[in-house]
Every structure is written in structure tokens, then in C-alpha cells.
Design a protein around this ligand. Sequence first.
Ligand SMILES: [Zn+2]
Length: 387
Amino acid sequence: MRRAYKFRLYPNREQTGRLERTLETCRILYNELLAERKVTYEVTGGGISYFEQKRNLVKMKKVNDHLAQVNAQVLQDVTRRIKRSFDAFFRRIRDGKKPGYPRFKGRGRYKSFTYPQHVKSFKIKSGRLSLSKIGEVRMFQHRPIEGVIKMCTLKRDDIGDWSVIIVSELKDTPKIAIEETIGVDVGLKNLAVASDGLILEPPTCLRGSEKKLAKLQRRLSRKTKGSKNREKARAKVARHHRKIARQRRDHLHKASRCLVDSADRIVFENLNINGMLTNHHLSKSIADASWGTLIQFTMCKAESAGKSVELVPPRNTSQLCSQCGAFVRKSLSMRTHRCPECGLVMDRDLNAAINIRDKFTLGQRGRACGAVSVGRGDEAGSSPNYR
Ligand SMILES: [Zn+2]
């Protein structure tokens, strides 16, 4: 299991200069490597491999002074990044998705670089991060690092502050015996409702923050283009954007902690996040992103606790009656589930959460006795105890 720690860095002026220059050198190298791949393909119809590009770095360094000033492994990681973006591109083609050819990175579009090996190129010394070719940068380490340190990535945010993401490798937490399973329905009115009655509200602090953001943006729009004051106003907007993003993340961390602490297995609907992003309604798209992050955070925290997260296909979970299974059609505005068959009256989201939980547990039971499972019918035939 891998764990990432993010710590704030406080580089001095010279170090900041070196960090910025390294980032810029990496960006230019990235674009050159991308161009090389593109040209090779256009001329020969073939590709150029990751190893070839990595080998060529040695030659490039002899003629390019900027490259020589950056740690060799950091440069090698740039070739790895190119390889990864091409791998992803070919994977999208294979999966029949929109391919999206890897793009050249403009100024401000390249935000981080990586030291892939601990000890050789970077080290942590009491309160400082020692980086090859950069120096010993002051670091605020707000928590101890568990496990074996593997690599680190230096990241510059939109405001110009630097932080480091340190990745460590931990032993996997043994899985605990599962006693309690909850289903979780995510929504707009509540962030999430669990089948045991737990309600997670959307962050309330955001409403005030968003109002302030709108005010700052109005001010920015009134400033003359190219003026000093406009630049100041732009910085204020960026700073406030960052604050809102942090508040949102903080809330999602707390919410996912609640979920993981309240059960051994958490079942979500497998939401089609990509499909939902085509929705142009802003508040909706933000909510979509929040749900995705909530599921992701819950998965990470569950893994550390030896618990598990399962996903079930989203179908009719809000329409079916969780008590008798009757189909009760309701529009989005109907907040209460009223079943004409068995008389069950229940909050709409809670009813859906119970359905999500049952979809998984019934599916499992069905698979265990060899019947066609409800939740994951497609997998029933290939499950080992069926063969
Ligand atoms: Zn019913």
C-alpha cells in the first residue's frame, strides 16, 4: 500500500529561483520529447521508445547547459511522464474512447517535477528537505511519515507556493472480518445518506466563501487590463479559489472518515463520473467531482483500516421499494418514498441507500449458492466457486 504526504515548503529566494528554473527546464524538455515522438511518427510511421529517449538525454545534456543544471533522475522522470501520457493515449484508442493526443505544455501548464529515488537524490533532515541541485529547503512536516520513503514530487500551485508530496510504501493492512455493511447514496441535498441512517451534509462554510468569490471576481472584471491593480485582484481571486478547494477537500476527508468508522464494508453506486461531466450545470458538475473524491477518499481510508469499498451498478436504486421491491416511480422533487404495495414511508435517500446495500449483499449471496447474482450478474459465471 502506498501513502502520499503533502508538506508545505518554504524555499528562500535563491532556492525558489532554482525550483522555478528546474520546472521550466522540465517543461521545455517535455515539449521537446513530445515533438520528437510526433516527428518520428510522421517521418517513419513508427515510434520512438522510452529507452531511446532516456538514452538520448546524455547527448542532449552535452549541448544544453540548462539540462546539466538539473538532477539526472528528475530529467529521466520527464521521459517517463511522456511515456505515460502516450500509454494512456493508446489505451484510450484501444478502449474506443476519444483519443486526445498528448498536448504541448504552455507556460503555467506544467506544475511539478519528481525525484524518483530516495537517499540518492533527496533526503529528509530534521525540518528540511535536501534536494540535489536545489539545496536544503525548509519544510513544515506536520505529521510523521510511516513506511519506507520511495520518491517525492515538487509542486508549484497557481499562487506560486511550493509543496512536496512524499510517497512511502507501507505493509498492507490485513483485512478485518466484515460484520457490518452499509450502502451509501450520494446526492445534492445531502452529500451522502447511509443505510444505517447516517446523514452527511454538504459543507455549509462554502456558501459564504462562494459569495465572497463572486465579489472578488466582480472587482477583478472592473480593473483595467494590464494594470498593477488588476494583477493584485487576480492574485486575490486565485487565493480565494485555493481556499474554497481546500475547504471542500477538508469536508470530504471528514465525511469519508465518518463512513469508514461506521462500518466494515461501504457500498456505493458505480457512478459514471465521465458521463456526468458533460453536464453543463456548474453546481452539478462540482457535486459530481465531490462524489468522485468522496468515493476515492473512502477507498483509501478503508484500505488503511483493512476494510473494503464495493461499487454496484446504478439502476433504479431510488425507484424501488427497499422493503417489498415494488417499483415506485418518483420525480427528483419527491423527497419521500411512499410505497402503495407495502405502505413503507421513508426518506427517499435512505430508501436508496438501503437498496444499494442490498444490491451488493444479495448479489454476493446469489453468487455463493451458484444462482445468477442480482448485483453483478455478469461475474457470476466466472466466479471460482461456480467452476
Ligand atoms: Zn414496498
